[in-house]
Design a protein around this ligand. Structure first.
Ligand code: MCN
Length: 786
């Protein structure tokens, strides 16, 4: 067993769950057996993006073998209340979202009816016997098109499909523009992405009518939030609901919000008195799981002739989908709208975000949730400015960085205060790792040979660790900003940590144990971590916005600190010395001269079983914390992509990818690297391959992995990663989140690199995904214009 002192924060411990996953012993929702044999639910989905439901005939389905019940939206109006949204912007009205569509289907895949049968096959067969008479209607899937006069109407109560207009202002943009030497304009598109977790969504609900207890297993990133939301939509008391998130095979933000199927399956289990399960097919996951991004951004950037950026203005049309999802409004308006100035000191800002309903699946949090859209916008524009002024992309960034002595830095919008940063040091680290000067020399030599190499940079910041309730409440966020932790020492000196976050691939069991081990000076092997079960962990908000380490980690750290303080009192009493004189080494407490060592086990035993603890000290070592941080944390980093583009085929090869990130104190460098790699893979996927496509009638034409290509290992370069460490002052660990960094940084770095490669051919713009066809078309257009 390693020495306790060598296994703490900063050590690259392997993830505890790897063993069970590698051995095929993980337990996902669909693996969970119900107490009695579960019924299977399947959902009939609209084949149209927009249609009036004239009639639904379920008679044949109801009498099909094995069928228990068939229900439509109309049957459930009194059973399931409309689904709530957690982030409603001030002044915004939200049209109803029912678990099953009533009268009108509003996207391809919208739920129309549910069949419950003894087996999944019986339910599926019966589903095909349901007859629906649809009147197809015109559909619109693009947010800009949906906001135009005369566009098909998505919600009759929402004028022109516009759910909200959210303005962000700082300084005086008009004045900045009047004085600018250079003004750059672009229309950028951040395409509609499908999160695509390996494990599709799944729910199992069991109801005990005698004890009046509802137990729901679900693929969720927020079991406590789901419990609360189920209590609301089912009008059933929260203390009688237990939600369990067992192993969850990826979520990426898409498993955070209440889904119709979760409410449906729970309501059916209660109505039928038997367990009910539903698991999405891959196709359903594409159709009816939330999508991400989907912005059209009109941007203007003002600068002086020597490359100092003075203002940025943007109008953003953001797709919300057909119904508002939990954080669907806040993601574009706040997460993106407030982060447009990135790492730069830009005094004048004017952003108008227009949230638009369209006939697509709901659009909400997807890895980065608004910060990738903001970063793409500003990082593309900064590169355009560099090109216009013939400045090196690294140099123009350096000229505009918020300087290190300006932190904590209040943005011109006034709403956001960056906690800490040192962007120049981070950039230098990345330039050194990439050997930037040599890269540029090689590029010049290759250009002379007629080869198209490009080098692209992205310097980003984002916010993680949603906390500061004051700012967020002002902006309509009704989710709270704390995280809960409990640290308890058992009588034998082993420890259990409870956290309200909910791991779905991040390795929390290892990192939380490291944090507690560090405080308690115990081996992490002696520390178990419990999360994802509302019956075991009393409270929690969940895992999103890379908040688990900055908020949940801080909560564990503080709870462990309280346990240690109490243990020290008990040890002092036993050793007969004042508490301040008690030494604390690996696994032991000692007297002032280092003698009379008392093991942790002994102190734990004393805490539980020996009467006569010092005055006022209660038995037990068990502390709970609701940690509410005073601010968000702002990680940052530099990515450098090196690409080779073949102008004949349009193929893009990523030659190198360097990423130097700063997430403050690193708890586990191995897991941080894993997080960066995963995020970069998704970011490269967005840049090169991915994008939901819709036919003119609004149906999704890319609803499987054949037509929606995710990046595969052989398409990815070897990532060269490094880090700088700028601790956050807002939590005791100095940590910032890292779970989304790669997905934020990679798209602009790669697009900037490709445009750099194609600059000699006159190409100045490309939209993602940069498919070979798009690259060839851009080259052809540029040569026609030349
Ligand atoms: N970590 C660390 N030191 C830090 C920060 C993080 O060691 N200073 C490590 C820890 O091991 C921690 C992990 O990084 O377990 C992630 O921590 P954090 O950045 O706090 O992020 P969360 O745990 O809150 O995870 C959420 C984040 C988000 S928002 C998305 S989206 C995402 C992501 O994590 N989805 C993922 N990473 C994912 N990884 C997997 N495998 N699957 C997903 O669905």
């Amino acid at each position: 067993m390693p020495e306790p002192s060598t296994v703490r924060i900063g050590q690259p411990l392997r993830r505890r769950e790897d063993r069970r996953h590698l051995a095929g012993r993980g337990r996902f929702t669909d693996d969970i057996a119900a107490a009695t044999r579960a019924l299977h639910a399947v959902v009939l989905r609209s084949p149209h993006a927009h249609a009036r439901i004239r009639a639904i005939d379920t008679t044949r389905a109801e009498t099909a073998p094995g069928v228990v019940t068939v229900l439509t939206g109309a049957h459930l109006l009194d059973t399931i209340a409309p689904l709530p949204a957690t982030w409603v912007l001030p002044g915004m009205t939200v049209p109803e979202h029912r678990a099953l569509a009533v009268d009108i289907a509003r996207f391809h895949g919208d739920g129309i009816a549910v069949v419950v049968a003894e087996t999944a096959a019986a339910a599926q067969d019966a589903l095909e016997a349901i007859e629906v008479s649809y009147e197809p209607l015109a559909a619109v899937t693009d947010p800009l098109a949906a906001a135009q006069d005369g566009a098909p109407v998505v919600r009759s109560t929402v004028d022109g499909n516009v759910a909200f207009r959210f303005p962000v202002r700082g300084g005086d943009y008009r004045q900045a523009k009047a004085r600018a030497d250079v003004v750059i304009r672009r229309r950028l598109r951040n395409q509609n992405l499908v999160p695509g977790a390996l494990e599709p969504r799944s729910v199992l609900a069991e109801y005990d009518p005698v004890r009046e207890r509802l137990t729901v297993h679900s693929t969720t990133q927020g079991p406590h939030a789901l419990k609360r939301q189920l209590a609301g939509v089912l009008r059933f008391p929260e203390h009688r609901i237990r939600v369990v998130a067992p192993d969850v095979g990826g979520g990426f933000g898409a498993k955070l919000h209440l889904y119709p199927e979760e409410a449906l399956v729970a309501a059916l289990a209660m109505r039928l008195g038997r367990p009910v399960r539903w698991t999405a097919t891959r196709g359903e996951d594409f159709l009816a799981t939330n999508h991400g991004r989907d912005h059209v951004q009109d941007v203007e950037l003002c600068a002086t002739a020597d490359g100092v950026i003075t203002g940025v203005k943007a109008t953003i049309w953001a797709n919300l989908g057909a119904y508002l999802s939990g954080m669907g409004a806040g993601v574009p308006a706040v997460n993106c709208g407030l982060m447009l100035t990135g790492v730069y000191r830009i005094p004048h800002v004017e952003v108008d975000t227009i949230g638009v309903y369209t006939h697509t699946s709901r659009v909400d949090t997807y890895r980065g949730a608004g910060r990738p859209e903001a970063t793409y916008l500003i990082e593309r524009m900064v590169d355009e400015l560099a090109r216009e002024l013939h400045l090196d992309p690294a140099e123009i960034r350096r000229r505009n960085f918020i300087p290190v002595d300006a932190f904590p830095y209040r943005q011109p919008t006034g709403a956001v205060v960056y906690d800490s940063g040192d962007y120049e040091r981070n950039l230098d680290e990345a330039l050194n790792l990439a050997d930037y000067r040599r890269l540029r020399e090689e590029q010049a030599a290759l250009r002379r040979q007629g080869r198209y190499r490009g080098i692209g940079l992205c310097t980003y910041t984002e916010f993680t660790g949603i906390g500061d309730g004051r700012v967020l409440n002002m902006l309509g966020f009704a989710f709270g900003g704390w995280e809960y932790a409990r640290v308890l020492v058992h009588p034998d000196g082993t420890v259990t940590v409870h956290t309200g976050s909910a791991d779905h691939g991040q390795g929390h069991a290892t990192t939380y144990a490291q944090i507690a081990a560090d405080v308690l000076n115990l081996p992490p092997e002696d520390i178990d971590v419990v999360e994802g079960d509302t019956a075991q962990v009393e409270f929690g908000l969940g895992t999103f916005n890379s908040r688990s380490m900055p908020v949940g980690g801080a909560a564990v750290h503080r709870a462990a600190g309280r346990v240690l303080a109490k243990a020290r009192l008990i040890a002092a009493h036993a050793l007969g010395v004042p508490p301040a004189e008690v030494g604390h080494g690996p696994g032991v407490f000692t007297g002032p001269d280092g003698s009379n060592a008392l093991s942790w086990q002994e102190v734990a035993r004393l805490a539980h079983f020996v009467p006569g603890l010092p005055g006022g000290v209660e038995p037990g070592l068990d502390e709970r914390i609701f940690h509410q941080p005073e601010n968000l944390t702002f990680p940052f980093g530099t990515s450098i992509a090196v690409v080779d583009v073949d102008p004949d085929t349009g193929d893009i090869a990523i030659d190198r990818f360097v990423a130097v990130d700063d997430c403050g104190t690193i708890i586990n460098p191995l897991l941080v690297r894993g997080q960066i790699h995963g995020g970069l893979a998704q970011g490269l996927g967005q840049a090169l391959l991915e994008g939901a496509r819709y036919a003119d009638d609004g149906t999704l034409t890319t609803a499987d992995w054949m037509r929606y290509p995710f990046p595969r290992a052989q398409q990815l370069p070897r990532f060269e990663t490094g880090h700088t460490i700028t601790p956050s002052p807002v939590n005791p660990l100095g940590v910032k989140g890292v779970g989304e960094a790669g997905a934020i940084a990679a798209p602009p770095a790669v697009v900037n690199a490709v445009l750099d490669a194609l600059a000699p051919l006159g190409v100045t713009h490309l939209d993602m995904p940069m498919s070979p066809e798009r690259v060839r078309a851009a080259i052809a257009t540029a040569s026609e214009e030349a």
